[in-house]
Design a binder for this molecule. Structure first.
Ligand SMILES: [Zn+2]
Length: 468
């Protein structure tokens, strides 16, 4: 099946949570699974927007006629989430991240940001609207040499989290409500399902390059818009796993071939078995009106610094001598520290530095069941300074890290003996065991000098003493 012949067109809407406090209050972002401190019950109904129409999607939700229950916590949700207090000014950190991404995506930005209200009547916002602010438009990114247009870059608040539903009510938890979300809307520039997947990956990588987005399940969500010639646009919601994305899209294309000309534009939920289910009509355009509780914010890209892309950093580390896998791993885990150490200690092999910061920690955890969570940058800096001044040898780095992780590291235990002392010690062992074969002597030396010199140094000294 040729996607070109089918007139396949696809665009993405990506929602990424930012790693900051909430957008319009000071509460922390992040989900909680412990018992909520309180519950409140609300009724919501759709009202006509300023333009006098009730939005079609809003009306559809209202038909369901349920009441809503909201659960919250005394210490991590406040009156803003309950819509009992006006929103605070927009979170400056979240705004800064949005500006950074706008610049990375070559977007135009308005001189002033106007927070808008977007009608929501499924109960997922206590105020019955979602606050949203346009930060960038008309941008582009490069994906595998192709240019993909970025139509909009929007900063908005995440909705409350649906935790329960029965025939008369829907229960939401307020922990997620107000979490800053960056919404990125691409142009329908993708001509094959594979291109959609590559674009989603590239945008995810770009967002992670800021170092300021939330990570883990549910922190990034992508909706895929798909249409073929003669079929109206369908938005697929809930495509989480990028590895499965092309298969979801192919399934939707097959469905559209069968329903050509018969369907209105609408939203579908995808299911784990790759099928999908009608959710609601596509939202119309009557849902936005200005948020008058929040003043306009001036925007400027001057002075906004653009971080290096993760993919560029990986390439740079590969040029220093790392394999692709190791470069990717160290960028993901301790890229900045790796760079600092590699620069400071040019005589130490870069691969050894990278392995110490990544795979060695895994080994400690897996083989020796050591909790390495307490190891911070300072530990590694100390370790490499001792290595560089040859106070400790490379062979015992694992032991040093183990002691550091357990909080019992003491350099005195490890300090390599001076080479004169070492030589004397080896000679003493040799003369005390005159008839012992080389192997046995090596064993005795290693036992006695364990951690104080590398096996190679000991073996060299032993060869010298043995042949005397
Ligand atoms: Zn709050």
């Amino acid at each position: 099946m040729s996607h070109h012949k089918l007139g396949f067109k696809s665009g993405l809407e990506i929602h990424q949570q930012l790693d900051t406090a909430k957008l319009f209050c000071d509460c922390p972002s992040g989900l909680r699974d412990d018992k909520p401190d309180f519950e409140v019950q609300r009724e919501l109904r759709a009202v006509a927007g300023e333009r006098g129409e009730i939005d079609v999607a809003a009306f559809y939700e209202q038909l369901k006629g349920k009441h809503f229950v909201y659960q919250g916590y005394e210490d991590t949700t406040c009156l803003v989430e309950l819509d009992e207090e006006p929103p605070h000014p927009i979170n400056p950190q979240a705004l800064e991240i949005a500006m950074t991404v706008s610049k990375m995506m070559h977007c135009d930005i308005p001189k002033q940001a106007q927070v808008m209200r977007k009608t929501v009547v499924d109960g997922s916002n206590t105020s019955a609207f979602q606050r949203t602010v346009l930060i960038g438009r008309n941008g582009w990114i490069k994906v595998k040499g192709r240019k993909v247009g970025i139509n909009y870059l929007i900063l908005e608040e995440d909705a409350a989290r649906r935790v329960k539903e029965d025939s008369t009510s829907v229960t939401y938890r307020l922990d997620r409500l107000g979490t800053p979300l960056l919404e990125i809307v691409t142009a329908p520039d993708m001509k094959t399902p594979e291109e959609v997947k590559e674009t989603a990956e590239a945008i995810g990588m770009l967002l992670r390059s800021t170092g300021k987005v939330r990570r883990g399940i549910g922190t990034i969500r992508q909706d895929v818009n798909v249409s073929i010639k003669g079929h109206s646009r369908v938005e697929m919601k809930g495509v989480q796993d990028l590895r499965l994305m092309t298969r979801y899209i192919e399934t939707e294309v097959k469905r559209q071939i069968k329903t050509k000309g018969k369907e209105e534009p609408h939203v579908r939920n995808v299911k784990p078995d790759f099928s999908s289910k009608y959710l609601r009509p596509l939202p119309g355009s009557a849902r936005m009106y200005p948020e008058t509780d929040i003043p306009l914010v001036s925007l400027s890209l001057r002075g906004v610094e653009v971080p290096e892309l993760i993919s560029d950093k990986v390439k740079r580390f590969m040029k220093l001598g790392l394999s692709k896998d190791l470069a990717e791993l160290v960028v993901k885990e301790r890229g900045e520290l790796f760079e600092e150490l590699a620069k400071k200690y040019p005589k130490i092999k870069v691969a050894f530095i990278a392995e110490t910061l990544t795979s060695m920690l895994r080994e400690l955890k897996r083989k020796y069941d050591v909790d390495v969570g307490g190891l911070v940058d300072e530990h590694f800096k100390e370790l490499f300074s001792h290595l560089s001044s040859e106070k400790i040898s490379k062979d015992i780095v694992l032991d040093v890290l183990m002691d550091m992780a357990k909080g019992v590291f003491d350099i005195k235990k490890y300090e390599s003996l001076s080479s004169v002392d070492l030589e004397k010690e080896v000679e003493r062992i040799v003369s005390a065991n005159k008839n012992a074969p080389f192997g046995a002597l090596m064993g005795m030396c290693m036992k006695k000098l364990n951690g104080k010199a590398s096996g190679k140094v000991i073996s060299d000294l032993l060869k010298k003493a043995f042949s005397k």
